[in-house]
Design a protein around this ligand. Sequence first.
Ligand code: NAD
Ligand code: TYD
Length: 346
Amino acid sequence: MKYILITGGAGFIGSHLVRRWVNKYPQTTVVNLDKLTYAGNLENLREIEGKPNYIFEKGDITDAAFVNALFEKYHFDGVIHLAAESHVDRSITNPLEFIITNIVGTATLLNAARTSSISRFYHVSTDEVYGSLGDTGLFSETTPYDPRSPYSASKASSDHLVRAYHHTYGLPVVISNCSNNYGSYQFPEKLIPLTVNNIKLNKNLPIYGKGENVRDWLYVGDHVEAIDIIFHKGKDGETYNIGGNNERKNIDLVRLLCRISDRLLEREEGYAEKLITFVKDRAGHDLRYAIDSSKLQNELGWKPSVTLEQGMEITVKWYLENEEWLRNVTSGDYMKYYEYMYSQRQ
Ligand code: NAD
Ligand code: TYD
C-alpha cells in the first residue's frame, strides 16, 4: 500500500481531489491533513468517509513536530500540497495569517519532505503570483512574478521556497499555477457561490468597482484532472499553468449566473439582475488574469472537459439543490459537525 499526503483536503479544491484519488486509486491510501479552519468542511467528504484507503488527520501545517511525526508514521510516497489561506479579501484585513500559513506552512512541509523518501512533492499554486495583466496578453510559465496582494505575495513566496528546495536539496517537486476555480463545495465568500446564494435569498449581489475586472474561470473537476496528470506525468522541477481559456468580466459572469438562476428557479427573466449592486472596490484589485496553458496541453495532453456555460449550469444547479450545505456553512453549524465527528474518532 502506498501513502499519499494531501494537505487542505477538506477545502474546496482539496475535497474534489481527495474524492477523486480515493475512488480512482484504491491501492493508495490518501492521508488528508487539514486544520479545519472556517474553509475546511468534512461534510464535503462524506461520500468517502468510510473507505479503507482514506485517513483524516487534523493538524496544522505550521506545526513542525506534528508534520515531522506524520512523515515518520506514514512514509509518504508523494505529497500534494493545497492547504492555504485562500481568500484575497481576508488577506487584506489579516495578512499575517496568510504569511504564517502559506509561507511558514509550506516551508515546514518542505523541511519534513527533504529528509523523507518521497518521489514527488506537488505544490498547488495560483496564477495570481504573476500579477495583473492589461487588456491583452496571457500569463505563461516564464512570466516574471509580480504578486500584488498579501495572498498572492504569500503564494509567490511559497513557490520560491519549493523551487529552492528542488535546486538546493534535489527535492522532486512540481508546481502548477491555476486560474480561478468554480464548482461545488466552494465556500460562499467567493464570487460564484456568494452570488448564487444571494440570488436564492433575494439579497444584493455585490460587484466590486465597476465589475470590469476579468478572471479566467476553470471548472474544479478539470483542475483536479490536471493535478492527477501532472502528478503522474509532470517533470521534476517543472511548472505547469492550468487555465480554462474562459475570460469573463465580473459583471458579465454575474449576469450569466443571474440568467441561469432565474431559469432554474422559474423566476421571470431579469429578476436576479435587479439585485446587482456596485460596491466599493477591493484595495489593489488586480484588473485581469488570463492563462496560457499550452505547455500542459501540448506536453501532457490535458484539456478542459466543459465549457464555461456547461460548468456554470452544473454549478448553479448544485448550489440551488444543496441548500442545507449552504445554510450550514453560512451559519457555522458545520463547526458543530466537526466537533461531533472528531469526538467520535479520539
Ligand atoms: P480553501 O480555502 O477552500 O481550502 C483551504 C483548506 O486548507 C481548508 O480545508 C483549510 O482548513 C486548510 N488549511 C488552512 N490552513 C491550514 C493549516 N495551517 N494547516 C492545515 N490545513 C489548513 O482553498 P481552495 O480554494 O480549495 O484552494 C486550495 C489551494 O489551491 C490553495 O493553495 C490555493 O492557493 C490554490 N488555488 C486556488 C484557486 C481557487 O480558485 N480557489 C485557484 C488557484 C490556486
Ligand atoms: P474571488 O472569488 O474572491 O476570487 P479572486 O479574488 O481570487 O479572483 O473574486 C473573483 C472576482 O470577483 C474578483 O475580481 C473580485 C470580484 N468580487 C466581486 O466583485 N464581488 C464579491 O462579492 C466578491 C467576493 C468578489
